[in-house]
Ligand binder design. Structure first.
Ligand code: COA
Length: 325
């Protein structure tokens, strides 16, 4: 029995941070941000909003659309790099709020590839019969870890959550190929050194903004294109398809130029590559499930379509998943 994505949902904060707003905070311009990243605005959580609130709303929408009862969910995997708190996991906090009393809740920590990490984990659990129904969530409030004096990172990241309910589907449908990878040697391409046991939680570390994201954007760009294009080709060939068979490619929404470069390497036309980066920015692990839900809701993806998802992120991590809806 294959595992398939039965339904999706998403949610994001009401607050919007436009490029014009950022022009007032750092030395940047709408023109620079638009041409270098494709981003026009991003969602930003209010001070009293936190990750699991968006995750819970996205999850409830996905579960409602699946037609299942919340008691049917046997595992909740929340992909996040910006949890509500260090303990317990955001997966457990989501479980409490939605009332998934028959589930195990946990987090995966794989930055922007986290949603595909979660999908890959639960795919084998469903296929082998260990669980029947799973909830995979990607949820982030990245803007609370952004240094708003660092113009190379603060223009990129936004907040939001997306969720998917997975379960058994008939043969020939569902997840046809999925793979996750990482290379820790690239640790310092995107990292936040503070907040953990290495540096300690000290006043000095907080004053130095050690908990905020640091990025070597230029180097990351090249690894991102190479890894996403490579794993996408591998997933297609593993499942016996070519890019012509694919209805929609959903790449992690990191930067429009990265998306364009991956599309060009895959030789896939622009109209088959989904992009919402102009409105959402980079929402890390939430970007693919938000995009997927938008595609399903708008009818860009319908039953029978072959969809290729690919992501990369800090770690560095990357992944690819090919699904027949
Ligand atoms: N506004 C204006 N100028 C900016 C700027 C901003 N927001 N951010 C950086 N710059 C400047 C730099 O200081 C640099 O100036 P200099 O030449 O005087 O030193 C110049 O723009 C070029 O910087 P560079 O880093 O080479 O730009 P870039 O074309 O690589 O674009 C990124 C920067 C971050 C947009 C791009 O590298 C990128 O998107 N990388 C991938 C990042 C990513 O996807 N991260 C998430 C991973 S999941």
């Amino acid at each position: 029995m294959n595992a398939g994505i039965l339904s999706t949902g998403h949610d994001y904060p009401e607050g919007i941070l436009t490029n014009a707003d950022l022009e007032k905070i750092v030395e940047t311009s709408d023109e620079w941000i638009t041409t270098r990243t494709g981003i026009k605005q991003r969602r930003k959580a209010a001070d009293n909003e936190y990750t699991s609130q968006f995750a819970v709303r996205a999850s409830e929408r996905a579960i409602e659309k699946s037609g299942l009862s919340v008691e049917d969910i046997e595992i909740i995997v929340c992909a996040t790099t910006t949890p509500d708190q260090i303990l317990p996991s955001t997966g457990c906090l989501i479980q409490k709020e939605i009332g998934a009393v028959n589930a195990a809740g946990m987090d995966v920590f794989a930055a922007c590839s986290g949603f595909l990490y979660g999908i890959t984990m639960v795919e084998s659990m469903i296929r082998t019969g260990q669980v029947k129904h799973a909830l995979v969530v990607g949820a982030e409030v990245l803007t609370k870890y952004v240094d708003y004096s660092d113009r190379s990172t603060c223009v990129i990241f936004g907040d939001g959550a997306g969720a998917a309910v997975l379960g058994p589907v008939e043969d020939g449908k569902g997840i046809l190929a999925t793979k996750i990878m990482s290379d820790g040697r690239y640790e310092e391409q995107l990292f936040a050194p503070g907040g953990g046991t290495k540096m300690g939680i000290t006043h000095q570390a907080i004053d130095e903004k050690a908990h905020c994201f640091k990025m070597r954007g230029n180097e990351l760009f090249k690894v991102a294109v190479r890894s996403m294009a490579g794993i996408s080709k591998e997933m297609l060939s593993k499942a016996g398809y070519t890019v012509d068979d694919v209805k929609m490619v959903i790449p992690h929404q990191a930067n429009q130029r990265i998306t364009d470069a991956v599309a060009s390497r895959l030789k896939v036309p622009d109209e088959k590559v989904y992009s919402n980066i102009a409105e959402h920015g980079n929402t890390s692990s939430a970007s693919i499930p938000i995009a997927l839900d938008e595609c399903l809701e708008s009818g860009k993806i319908v039953e029978g379509d072959l969809v290729l998802m690919t992501a990369f992120g800090g770690g560095v991590t990357w992944g690819g998943t090919l699904v027949r809806f």
